[in-house]
Write a protein that binds this ligand. Structure first.
Ligand code: SF4
Length: 487
C-alpha cells in the first residue's frame, strides 16, 4: 500500500504549471480585495452588474464588491441581475443527474468525511460489475436518469482500471427505454496517462473539488501522512486533465471548512487561471456545504458553518462572477432552499438521490448513515422534483447532446458567452423532456409537464422560427416512439 501511495503523486504534475514555485491562489490579493471591496460606491456596483450581464468573467476586485454588498436595494438589484444572467445563458432549464457512489474505500483520512480511513464504524463496500449493472438498471430503467456522476474514493482497488471498467459497464446497460448517455466523474486527482484513459472511455465532466483553498485549513483537515495532504497535486488536477485532452471540467469547494468569502474568491481565481491558460473555464462549479457525517466529528463542529442566507449569496455572486459556468446545487440541501437557488442561478441538480453504496437497487427510501459519506437534506424523487420544477416554470433537461456533438471546451464557452448555447439546449431540453414524460412520469407530473411543454414549443415557434419545424418534427417522432433525437 505505501509503495502505491508513494507512486501516486508526480511532482511534475503540478510544478510544471507553477510560477516561481507559487500557485495561482494569491491569498494576499484575495484579502486585499475583500477589504477594499467594502467601500464601493453604487455606480461601481452598477458597472459590475452590467459587465456580468454581458457574460464577462469578473475580476477578483469586482467579485469582492459583490461579496461585501449590504445595501438592501443594491442586493436586490444584484439578485435580479443574477436571475437575468441565468435566463440569458441557461434560460429556464434545470439539468438533472444522479450521483452513483461506487465504493467507499479510501486511503485518506479527511477529518470531515465519513469515508475516512480511520472510521471503523463504516461498512466498507466496493460495487462488483454485477452490482454496477443493477444500480444502473434502477437509475436508468426505473427512475429515468440519463446522466450520472460516478463517485470514487481513493484506494488501490478502485484506481483507474476499476474506473474504466465501471464506466464501460454503465454505458453498456440498456434497459430500453432507460439508458445512461453521459457519465460524469468525481474522482481523486489522477495522473495524465490515467486521465487519457478516462477521455478514451467517453466521460462527460471530470470533477475534483479542492475542498478548501485556504492552505492552513487544508493542512489541518487533511493529515500530512495522507495522499490528500498534497495541496498542489490536487489544485492542479484540472491542468493535468486539459493536458490529457479533457476540456470539460468541474471545480468546487466544500463550504464550511473555512470562510466562504475566501472560497468564492479562490473558485474565481481557479476559473480565471483555467481560462487564461487553456482558453476554457470550468464547465461547472459546485459549492456543497459541510454536512454531518457518520464518524467524522469535524463535520458537526465547524466555526465556518454557512447559513442559508450566505449560501444564497454564494450562488448569486458566482452566477455573476463566472456567468458562463454551470452551477450545481445538490440534494445535500433542503428542498425549499434548492428550489430558491435555482431561481438565483443554479443550473444543475440531482434527484432521487441515494448515496449509500448499492442503495438504488435496494428500493429503500431510508438513508443508510453507516454507508454514506454524509446525510442528505432532500430525498424527493425525480418525479416529484420534475413536477415541482414544472410548477415553477422550469423545464427539467435530460440532454446529453453537448459532448456527443463536440460542444465542449472552447466551442461551448463561445456559444454560452454569445447566448447561443441556450438555443441548442432549449431545443434538446424540450425533446428529452418529451421522452421522459412519456417513459417515466406519474400522471400528475405528466399533466403539469404537458402544460409546460406546450408553452415551450410555442416560445420556440415565436422566437426561433428557423428551428421550429425540425423541433416539431423531432418532437412528434419521439411522441410516436423514437428515442434519442437531438440538435
Ligand atoms: S473526502 Fe474523499 S479523500 Fe477524503 S476521506 Fe472522504 S472519500 Fe477519502
Amino acid at each position: 500500500m505505501s509503495t502505491w501511495i508513494k507512486n501516486r503523486i508526480r511532482s511534475r504534475g503540478y510544478e510544471t504549471y507553477m510560477e516561481n514555485g507559487e500557485n495561482f491562489i494569491d491569498s494576499g490579493r484575495i484579502i486585499r480585495a475583500l477589504e477594499t471591496g467594502e467601500q464601493a460606491p453604487p455606480e461601481q456596483v452598477e458597472d459590475i452588474l452590467d459587465k456580468a450581464l454581458a457574460v464577462e468573467t469578473l475580476t477578483p476586485e469586482e467579485t469582492a464588491v459583490l461579496i461585501n454588498l449590504r445595501d438592501p436595494e443594491l442586493v436586490r438589484r444584484m439578485e435580479q441581475t443574477a436571475a437575468q444572467v441565468k435566463k440569458k445563458v441557461y434560460d429556464n432549464r434545470i439539468v438533472t443527474f444522479a450521483p452513483l457512489y461506487l465504493n467507499n474505500l479510501c486511503v485518506n483520512n479527511c477529518r470531515y468525511c465519513g469515508f475516512r480511513r480511520d472510521n471503523e464504524e463504516l461498512d466498507r463496500q466496493i460495487l462488483s460489475p454485477r452490482e454496477v449493472r443493477e444500480e444502473t438498471r434502477e437509475l436508468a430503467g426505473e427512475i429515468g436518469h440519463k446522466r450520472l456522476i460516478v463517485v470514487y474514493g481513493e484506494a488501490p482497488r478502485t484506481g483507474i482500471d476499476y474506473m474504466v471498467d465501471t464506466i464501460e459497464t454503465i454505458y453498456d446497460v440498456n434497459t430500453s427505454p432507460g439508458v445512461i448517455r453521459r457519465v460524469n466523474v468525481n474522482a481523486p486527482p489522477l495522473q495524465i496517462e490515467e486521465l487519457r484513459q478516462l477521455k478514451e472511455v467517453g466521460i462527460g465532466t471530470y470533477q475534483v473539488f479542492q475542498e478548501t483553498y485556504h492552505r492552513p485549513t487544508y493542512e489541518k483537515a487533511h493529515p500530512d501522512e495522507t495522499l490528500k495532504s498534497n495541496y498542489n497535486w490536487r489544485l492542479y488536477s484540472m491542468h493535468r486533465a486539459f493536458e490529457a485532452g479533457i476540456d470539460d471540467v468541474g471545480i468546487g469547494a466544500l463550504f464550511g471548512l473555512y470562510d466562504w468569502r475566501f472560497e468564492v474568491m479562490s473558485l474565481l481565481l481557479h476559473a480565471r487561471e483555467l481560462e487564461a491558460r487553456f482558453g476554457v473555464g470550468p464547465h461547472t462549479i459546485s459549492f456543497p456545504r459541510l454536512e454531518p457525517a457518520y464518524g467524522a466529528p469535524l463535520s458537526e463542529q465547524s466555526e465556518y458553518a454557512v447559513s442559508d442566507a450566505e449560501l444564497k449569496r454564494i450562488v448569486t455572486v458566482l452566477r455573476l462572477a463566472v456567468p458562463y459556468t454551470g452551477l450545481i446545487i445538490t440534494a445535500r440541501e433542503p428542498a425549499e432552499l434548492r428550489d430558491d437557488v435555482v431561481e438565483l442561478g443554479c443550473t444543475q441538480t440531482d434527484a432521487s438521490t441515494r448515496i449509500g453504496i448499492g442503495t438504488y437497487s435496494e428500493y429503500t427510501v431510508e438513508q443508510a448513515k453507516e454507508r454514506q459519506q454524509f446525510l442528505l437534506g432532500d430525498t424527493r424523487s425525480l418525479d416529484e422534483f420534475v413536477s415541482d420544477m414544472a410548477e415553477r416554470g422550469y423545464i427539467t433537461s435530460f440532454c446529453t447532446a453537448g459532448y456527443r456533438c463536440g460542444r465542449t471546451g472552447e466551442c461551448i464557452m463561445e456559444l454560452l458567452r454569445e447566448g447561443k448555447e441556450a438555443n441548442y439546449c432549449k431545443l434538446n431540453a424540450i425533446l428529452t423532456f418529451r421522452e421522459w414524460l412519456d417513459d417515466f412520469a406519474s400522471e400528475e407530473t405528466r399533466r403539469r409537464g404537458e402544460k409546460l411543454l406546450k408553452q415551450e414549443l410555442e416560445e420556440v415557434r415565436r422566437e426561433l422560427p428557423d428551428s421550429y419545424p425540425r423541433l416539431k418534427e423531432y418532437h412528434d417522432r419521439i411522441a410516436a416512439g423514437e428515442r434519442d433525437l437531438y440538435f
